[in-house]
Design a protein around this ligand. Structure first.
Ligand code: PSV
Ligand code: MN
Ligand code: MN
Length: 387
């Protein structure tokens, strides 16, 4: 099987947003290993993200995280991004690193703390107005550790109320995207644990409130592509946070742990009309603890591109016919034939026709950028997952 002109033109539409935090140092609760050349501020993170787009043509936007990416002038940051050939994208709020949020943020029983969390989202919306960002992404660490610790019902009601206030501030062309996660840091209950809760909460808000599906935020064995199908069916899939996991929220390179799962997810996106559809943002949410960060992101977007090429190769007519004939094995063969096709050479040749390097990983290595940042960025404090 080879890539057709139609598949190539579909692939040309692909855009994957990069997380600014992937360019800072990160680690586990045991240790954060510093890496030479790591960005020291939001400007340097954007410069590094731009390298990924330069070598792949796949990553035209970069997501910000506030307050980690707080700067004096967002106009300057926006200009810096544009000068480097990328744009600023989604703004992520952060209500999980302040002592006040020990028992919750937008779900807190204390009106003062709840208002503080709401005000933080207002600040994020102000920033979005300056950066020209469309999406406000909300992930909440809110939850409890012990049965009886707090009223789950009351927290859900406060969540609805807080989200309503935030949603009212969202501009015409903007969206509120609510991310769910089944556990961590809370271990007994989480206030937005699953797609159903995110769906119920965003449906109550209105059309500009959508669900964010982070691929690492499900219990092991969950059929994620089913959730993708269902959210697309309901018109509520706003964005993906792509990454991969072996155990929990590992935030590893997308497609590294289970390339077949990524293929199945992308297949459902395409079938559900979510591909190259501005309503469904493709984003990465990863941390590169051990591997180099810029090539780690290059590998990630290439993995998504590869999975997409394979998913576009599925012979949907043959699949349909086999399904309607009740031919289980034939249907599965059509599916597996596409997945088992090696598209790497075809993609490399196609990249060259578009003025991109056939091998973006090699091109980055040969560019000298890594040596340059290692030599230049000697003073100051490196950015970390958190600053
Ligand atoms: C925490 O689990 C998390 O990884 C969420 O997935 C967010 O998207 C990300 O942090 C950034 O806030
Ligand atoms: Mn996420
Ligand atoms: Mn996560």
């Amino acid at each position: 099987m080879t890539l057709t002109d139609d598949i190539r033109s579909q692939l040309a539409l692909q855009a994957i947003e990069l997380p600014s935090w992937a360019f800072g140092n990160s680690g586990t609760r045991f240790k954060v290993f510093g890496t030479p050349g790591t960005a020291r501020d939001p400007f340097e993170k954007i410069s590094d993200a731009a390298q990924v787009h330069r070598h792949t043509g796949l990553a035209p936007t970069v997501a910000l995280h506030i307050p980690w990416d707080k700067v004096d002038s967002y106009a300057d940051l926006k200009k810096h991004a544009e000068d480097n050939g990328v744009e600023l994208g989604t703004v992520n709020s952060n209500t999980f690193q302040d002592d006040d949020y020990k028992f919750g943020s937008v779900t807190h029983w204390d009106d003062r703390i709840r208002q503080k969390a709401i005000d933080h989202h207002f600040e994020c919306i102000d920033i979005m107005n300056e950066t020209g960002s469309r999406d406000l992404k909300i992930w909440l660490a809110d939850g409890t550790n012990y049965p009886g610790q707090d009223s789950m019902r009351a927290r859900q009601d406060r969540l609805a109320d807080s989200l309503q206030k935030i949603y009212e501030r969202i501009g015409e062309g903007q969206r509120l995207v609510l991310e769910y996660k089944f556990f961590e840091p809370a271990f007994y209950h989480t206030d937005v644990p699953d797609w159903g809760t995110s769906y119920v909460q965003t449906a109550a808000l209105g059309d500009r409130a959508m669900v964010c599906l982070d691929t690492g935020h499900h219990a092991p064995g969950t059929n994620i592509e089913f959730i993708v199908m269902q959210l697309l069916r309901l018109g509520k899939l706003g964005s993906f946070d792509f990454n991969s996991r072996f155990y929990a929220d590992d935030d590893l390179i997308v497609g590294a742990a289970d390339p077949f799962q990524l293929f199945r997810i992308v297949f459902e996106v395409i079938r559900g009309g979510g591909y190259a559809n501005p309503d469904v943002a493709f984003m990465l949410d990863q941390c590169h603890n051990l591997e180099a960060k810029i090539p780690g992101q290059i590998r990630s977007v290439l993995n998504v591109q590869e999975a997409t090429a394979k998913a576009l190769l599925v012979d949907t007519e043959a699949l349909d016919a086999a399904q309607r004939a009740g031919d289980v094995l034939a249907a599965n063969t059509v599916f597996m034939d596409a997945f088992n096709t090696d598209v790497r050479a075809d993609l490399a040749a196609w990249r060259e026709t578009r003025g991109l390097p056939a091998d973006p990983m090699a091109a980055y290595k040969a560019s000298g950028y890594q040596q340059k940042i290692e030599a230049d960025r000697v003073g100051g404090t490196q950015a970390g997952w958190g600053a």
